[in-house]
Design a protein around this ligand. Structure first.
Ligand SMILES: C[C@H]1O[C@@H](n2cnc3c(N)ncnc32)[C@H](O)[C@@H]1O
Ligand SMILES: [Zn+2]
Length: 434
């Protein structure tokens, strides 16, 4: 069924004839955003729509745990540069010209790309997050949205950033949409003061919302932190109160054994962003084998589309698995099942979401990969999903029990692509004239 009626409605849906964990099964979505039943034959249902999966693979929706969604506007704008030079000479000067409208269309584009490639939840850090919230609300996807504090060690700037943080949380909450959740983001140890980091930690704990930060992305960041504070970045964050169970730390490349022990002890989630790290040539991979042994919750993210340059979690899973094997010179590191888990369940755990697994009583956030050459033959769901599949092979995306894409069709996609392209050209032109 591709008739437009099936989009955007939270109604009971029966998905038949899908391959789940290697068996042909049926999945019933109960019409309240939850998975009601999973089984070989579901007879007791009141489905309004029936989807015949035609042998498609069913997977949990991907959870992208670190991105900057509006940065899709800068996809391909500045590549092949050193991280700090890239940020300070290209990205930050252009970001200074971003309007609410730019952010809105950038986020619309990101939501479209994520729905197209099978992501149902993302953890976002940027500016003017109310506009991202509006885009997420409309797109039907799920997200945790955090304003990014950068105070550069200036007390007056810290004060104004803290007020923006508070009003962002309040405004995101005023959407009254459980799919759109607020978070708190101090950018990193090299851009936020001690008082800024400490305030963000205290505020996130008081509001009981996630804190999202960049951590130990480059060797320089570690060296500068040690020179400035006599501590490595994780110890410095801990000193500021930032390391706690709802802390989500992106990158975590340059960690030593003590750093890993500390992250494990505090229950922090570390987010691997292998494509961004390889493209910006950080020269280190997140120490997955040691983190797994230490019991750190590791999740997966794409980073922004200007350092990736896509938000495709299937590419990210494959890259994570092969980078880990290559970097640690051991093909047994991060097997396919682990790559799938960090891209789904582990992110759900970090955000406190009952998602990431297809089972009764879980959120109805799931995707189908339709029959395509990359999925033949079918010896292993995990292997095909991680090593062979591209996000563009995703045929159906469902979030909160609502069909957002079916048979590759997403209503309104053309308008979003046109508008985002125009907005991006205009932004770059304004920035060049300044
Ligand atoms: C949210 C803020 O983070 C910046 N940003 C984007 N990518 C990275 C990265 N890899 N490392 C650090 N900061 C980054 C954005 O450009 C924005 O300024
Ligand atoms: Zn980032």
């Amino acid at each position: 069924m591709t008739d437009t009626d099936i989009f955007g409605k939270q109604v009971p849906i029966l998905i038949r004839n899908v391959s789940l964990n290697g068996k042909i099964q049926e999945i019933y979505l109960d019409g309240t955003g939850m998975i009601g039943a999973v089984g070989e034959k579901i007879t007791d249902h009141d489905a309004e729509f029936i989807i015949d999966g035609d042998g498609a693979t069913a997977l949990p929706g991907m959870i992208n745990m670190h991105t900057h969604s509006p940065m899709g506007l800068l996809r391909g704008y500045a590549d092949d540069m050193q991280l700090f030079e890239w940020l300070s000479t290209k990205i930050w000067p252009t970001e200074a010209h971003l309007t609410e409208d730019d952010i809105y269309w950038g986020a619309k584009l990101a939501c479209l790309e994520m729905i197209r490639t099978g992501t149902t939840t993302f953890n976002d850090m940027y500016f003017k997050m109310e506009s991202v919230g509006r885009a997420v609300d409309e797109a039907g996807i799920r997200a945790c949205l955090s304003y990014c504090m950068i105070d550069g060690g200036d007390h007056a700037k810290f004060e104004s950033e803290a007020r923006i943080m508070e009003s962002t949380v309040k405004n995101i909450r005023s959407l009254h949409n459980p799919r759109v959740m607020p978070g708190v983001s101090p950018h990193a140890v090299y851009t936020v003061s001690e008082e800024g980091l400490a305030w963000c930690a205290e505020y996130a704990k008081k509001e009981q919302i996630p804190l999202h930060v960049h951590l130990s992305e480059t060797e320089q960041e570690v060296a500068d932190c040690v020179a400035a504070h006599g501590m490595r970045p994780p110890a410095w964050l801990d000193h500021c109160g930032v390391l706690f169970e709802q802390c989500i730390a992106a990158h975590c490349c340059w960690l030593d054994a003590g750093d890993i022990t500390l992250l494990a002890k505090r229950g922090v989630t570390a987010v691997h962003n292998p494509i961004s790290n390889m493209k910006l040539a950080g020269n280190r991979a997140l120490p997955y084998p040691e983190m797994k042994t230490a019991g750190v919750n590791v999740a997966l993210g794409t980073d922004g589309a200007s350092s990736n340059n896509a938000l495709d979690m299937f590419s990210e899973m494959k890259t994570a698995a092969i980078l880990q094997k290559f970097f640690w010179n051991d093909p047994t590191v991060m097997p396919a099942a682990d790559a799938l888990k960090i891209a789904s369940q582990n992110g759900a755990k970090a955000l406190g979401l009952n998602a990431g697994v297809i089972a009764p009583g879980r959120l109805a956030d799931l995707i189908l990969i339709g029959r395509n050459p990359l999925n033949v033959p079918f010896f292993s769901t995990d292997s095909n999903a991680v090593y062979a599949t591209s996000g563009l092979a995703v045929s159906t995306t469902i979030c909160d029990g609502v069909i957002l894409m079916h048979d590759g069709v997403i209503p309104g996609a053309e308008e979003i692509m046109n508008k985002a392209g125009d907005v991006a050209s205009d932004l770059v032109r304004r920035a060049a004239q300044a």
